[in-house]
Structure formats: C-alpha cells, structure tokens
Design a protein around this ligand. Structure first.
Ligand SMILES: *Cc1c(COP(=O)(O)O)cnc(C)c1O
Length: 458
C-alpha cells in the first residue's frame, strides 16, 4: 500500500521543529516543478513545501522538515489540523454517506451546526443559519439576503477590506493587486468608506473612530443616500488587510449609524470568528450586535463550510429555492464543524486563544521596543500582527523587509504569513492546539529573523 509509511497527524505527531533540508527541500522542489506544469501560475504559494502530515502545532513536509505553524492554513485549523473530534466525526460520516444534497434529502447534522451558530451568534432575537461552501459564498449570500430583506441595492464596505475572490466579493475587496487587476468589470452598487485604522489615520489614533464614523455618515447621507443602502459590511478585525483592529468604539458607532437609517450591519467573521480572538465572534469584544454574521475559515477545521447567521425575519425574506447549493452544508463538513465546537468546549479554547494572545503581544511589544522597524503591534487573542516600516514614526511601509523576515522564518522552520494593503504586515495565527514550547520557540525564531534582517537593512 503506497500510503502505509506516510506520517499521520493527530496526537501521535511529534511536536518538534526540525529542519533537515534547504527550504523548500529536494522533494518539494520536484513537486513544485510538477505543479508548474499542471496548475496555473495564478495559484500562488507562500511556502511551497508539500505537506505530508500536520497537527498540534506543526506541519511536516515531504522532505521530513517539521515547521512550527503560525498560520493555521489562514485561520482555518484553529483547533488543529487533525483534531481528534474533527477527524473522528468526519471519518465516521464518510462511512455513512458522503452526500445527498440538503435541498433534496436533509440530514440532522446540518441542523445541529445551525443550532450551535444560532445559539452562539451575538445577534438579537430569533435566528436562522444557512450553510454554504466557503467564505466568499457566505458573503455573497449575506448580500443577497440583505438586498431581499431591505429592497435596497447598495452595499457599503471599507478600505483595506477583504471579502473573497468571486466577482461580487472581489468587488467588495479593497486591494487591486493581486485580487482585482484584470478581472473587471466589477459588480455595481458597491461603495467604500475609510476604515478606522488607528496606526494610519491621518490626524492620529485619538481622532480615528470619530472621524471615520463622520466619513461613513457623509458617504451614506450625502453621496449614496441611506435609503439606497441595504447593508454595511465589515470585518470586526480586518484579516488580509493586515489585522487592522478598528479604533475602539468604531464598531459601536457603525452599528448605531446603521440602526438610525434602517441599514443592516453584516459582520464578516470569516477570519476573526470561531474562537480565534478569544471570543467565539470577534465583534463581541466591542459589544456589537450585527444583523447578519458570516463565518467560514475556522468553522469546520479545514473541511469546506461557510455560514450566514442572521435575524430570522431577514433570513426568511428569501423564498424557497432562492438560497442553497448542490454541496452546501456537506454532511462530512457538518460533522467536522460539530467536532470543532466539541474541541473548543472540551479544551476551553477561548481561554487558550487569550493566553496565546497575551504571550504573543508581550513578546512582540518587547521586540518593538528594541527594533524601530516594527511600527505597530496589534491584534486580539491568537490573531496578532506586526506592521513593518522603514523607521519608527515615519510609517513608510517596508514590504521587502517583511518578505525577507518571512523567508528567514521559513528557512528556520517557522511558518509565518504576510498580509496588509502595503504588504508590510507579518501575521500570526497559530492553531490553538500549539504547545507552549513551540509557541515560545517560534517567537524566538521570529525575533532573531527581525534582528538579522533589520541589521542588514541598516
Ligand atoms: C478568507 C476570507 C473570505 C473568503 O473566504 P474563502 O473561503 O476564501 O472564499 C471572506 N472574508 C474574510 C474576512 C476572509 O478572511
């Protein structure tokens, strides 16, 4: 049997960092060459080492390297890449049935996932949930529902936002390259407001929330007309945009502005939700209750699943047949999601996310004190980032330095991801199953990489 000697994930996987080849190693290079002949160039790779097994806090590649994982497959494997409850439930479901199509023959696990989300989502009153396949699909559906419920066409989004790669969601996304360039014409009725981005607010962080709220009001009332706007769509903490934590109070102000105008508030929790920040939903940190919430990434531990949860009267505004999809709410993915909820509850992963966040923020703040290239340290729970600049105070983005630090981390067995509108953010999203020793070791590797690259820059 060809796979018999391959490593397995789960609790058996050795929780160690090990670099035994150049990165990527010979086997991965071979496979990457093969990828180039089979897969279009538009599909990029941050760290092209081909994975054999992953779990706890490590990713093991085809050359036998074991990387400390600070990426979680982009905030997906929050409970780990091979968490027992997820793998066990999904495997059991595979042997029962793989698919019937929920629109043809429903099954109970779909309802169990919806019940969980309806119970946990910080939304007032009666709630309903629809399951879909991805984050982009969740956002698309939230927009459809908001338009159907309000009879209005307009959607307002923010600068630095990321909402997906489909035609509508790339339109909702702020950054041109690489997400939008060449892919137009874009969807109509999308309007963009400035984000309350404290580090980069022109008049300083103390004025940020108030002035950004004023700009939103101006856009709604003067430029678009509030009566033409179905929803304001925002990430509670921006993901791809660079882990921008909106200025304190801004979310609350946005919610109030929407409420006053009969505009719905959609919170895109695809990246920040599902225990990542130390709360089940990141908007809970700001005490905000949106009308609709989208989830995906962390929802099913790596199996494709997304969801829209919202107030029942809005969700029910779409007649039967208007929502759904062939694979939406696949039974294996639903079981995986139930496994995710079990893991979060059993291992108190909300507390674990806060602990990891405290460790990272303390370490990174100390690092920022000694290296002026670290302009900002921010985040919540296990969703933390540093923004790199030329010099402290000048705020000039340093994307090349950022890329060099990331590469040095990769060469030393630490997987980190970059982000940010200016490509100058290193983001850290360890799985909550990472052992403390690996977390500390990863932070030490990062510090060394920053020190070496900052010195090389002069
Ligand atoms: C990743 C992401 C999406 C898109 O999710 P996909 O599953 O990649 O389609 C949407 N919104 C946010 C905030 C995201 O981070």
């Amino acid at each position: 049997m060809p796979g018999a000697t391959r490593p397995v994930g789960g609790p058996q996987l050795a929780q160690i960092r090990r670099v035994v080849s150049e990165i990527p190693g010979p086997r991965s290079r071979e496979l990457l060459a093969r990828q180039r002949t089979l897969v279009p160039a538009g599909v990029g790779a941050t760290l092209p080492v081909f994975v054999e097994a992953a779990g706890g806090g490590v990713i093991v590649d085809a050359d036998g390297n074991s990387f400390i994982d600070f990426g979680s497959g982009i905030a997906v494997t929050t409970v780990g890449n091979s968490a027992p409850a997820v793998a066990g439930r999904a495997a059991a479901q595979l042997s029962r049935f793989t698919h019937t199509c929920f629109l043809v023959n429903p099954y109970e696990s779909y309802l169990d996932v919806c019940e969980k989300l309806n119970t946990l989502a910080p939304i007032r009153g009666d709630k309903r949930t629809i399951l879909v396949n991805s984050g982009a699909e969740a956002v698309e559906n939230a927009v459809k529902i908001a338009r159907a419920a309000t009879g209005r066409p307009g959607i307002v989004v923010f600068d630095h936002a990321f909402h997906g790669r489909t035609l509508l969601t790339m339109t909702l996304t702020a950054k041109n390259k690489p997400y939008k360039q060449g892919f137009g014409p874009f969807a109509p009725e999308v309007h963009r407001a400035p984000m309350a981005y404290p580090y980069r607010w022109p008049t300083g962080p103390e004025n940020c929330a108030e002035e950004a709220a004023q700009a939103l009001v101006d856009l709604l009332d003067r430029q678009v007309g509030a009566e033409n706007v179905a929803a304001v769509l925002m990430e509670p903490i921006q993901g791809e945009g660079g882990f921008v934590v909106p200025a304190p109070g801004f979310l609350k102000q946005v919610a109030a502005i929407c409420r006053d105008r009969g505009i719905l508030l959609i919170m895109d929790e695809v990246q920040a939700g599902m225990a990542r920040t130390g709360r089940m939903f990141a908007c809970e940190h700001e005490g905000v209750q949106p009308d609709l919430i989208t989830t995906a990434k962390g929802l099913a531990g790596g199996l494709p699943l997304g969801a829209v949860t919202g107030r029942a009267e809005l969700m029910d505004a779409v007649p039967a047949g208007g929502l759904g999809g062939t694979y939406s709410g696949n039974p294996v993915a639903c079981e995986a999601a139930l496994g995710v909820f079990e893991e979060i509850e059993e291992h108190d992963l909300l507390e674990r996310a806060r602990e990891i966040g405290d460790t990272m923020l303390e370490h990174l703040s100390a690092l920022a004190d000694t290296h002026e290239v670290i302009g900002d340290v921010r985040g919540r729970g296990a969703m933390v980032a540093v923004e790199l600049v030329e010099r402290h105070g000048d705020r000039v983005p340093a994307p090349d330095l950022t890329a060099r630090i990331a590469r040095r981390c990769h060469e030393n067995g630490l997987l980190v991801l970059t982000a940010g509108s200016y490509g100058n953010v290193l983001r850290f999203l360890p799985p909550l199953s990472i052992p403390d020793a690996l977390l500390e070791e990863g932070l030490a590797i990062l510090s060394e990489a920053v020190a070496q690259e900052a010195a090389a820059t002069g």
